[in-house]
Design a protein around this ligand. Structure first.
Ligand code: FES
Ligand code: FES
Length: 164
């Protein structure tokens, strides 16, 4: 049997203790061990951005991080944003701007945008395009996404205590 390691990871505010193989990817840990399938896996080699989550509030590609590297750290996934009845302002903006088609890229884009909009409350279009340049979308053509980010910035400024 392969070597295994005990890890403790706080995901979306809940602390999990699991025994994992050192080779287990964080993306697979989230999806398979914790059942958090909102994090999508596309290319599995750091290109598409679909697997983006926050590791200690910094966006990372979870297909390029081993689960053991998250030991004693905090992970935030798209499940920590809104619920169907109480969407996060960024999710609302994506819905209202028709910025989602198949939706495969959407969780990764949302998780890239959360810290971006917190740090850039009045982004220019160029800044928005740079912020999402690491997230590939094969459906929308990006213009609706850019429009959604502009709307999200307005909504976030109007919201207080926006999570996460
Ligand atoms: S699945 Fe991680 S970057 Fe594509
Ligand atoms: S909405 Fe389909 S890949 Fe982006």
């Amino acid at each position: 049997m392969s070597e295994v390691m005990n890890i403790t990871v706080t995901v979306n505010g809940t602390q999990y203790r699991r025994t994992v193989e050192p080779r287990l990817l964080l993306s697979d840990f989230l999806r398979h061990d914790l059942g958090l399938t909102g994090t999508h896996v596309g290319c599995e080699h750091g290109v598409c951005g679909a697997c983006t989550v926050l590791l200690d509030d910094v966006p990372v590609r979870s297909c390029l991080v081993f689960a053991v590297q998250a030991n004693n750290h905090t992970v935030t996934t798209v499940e920590a944003l809104g619920t169907p009845d109480n969407l996060h302002p960024i999710q609302e903006a994506f819905r209202e701007s028709h910025a989602v088609q198949c939706g495969f890229c959407t969780p990764g884009i949302l998780m890239s945008l959360v810290p971006f909009l917190q740090e850039n409350p009045d982004p220019t279009e160029q800044q928005i395009r740079e912020a999402i340049s690491g997230n590939l979308c094969r459906c929308t053509g990006y213009q609706h996404i850019v429009d959604a980010v502009k709307l999200a910035a307005e909504k976030m400024k109007a919201s207080e205590g926006v999570k996460p």
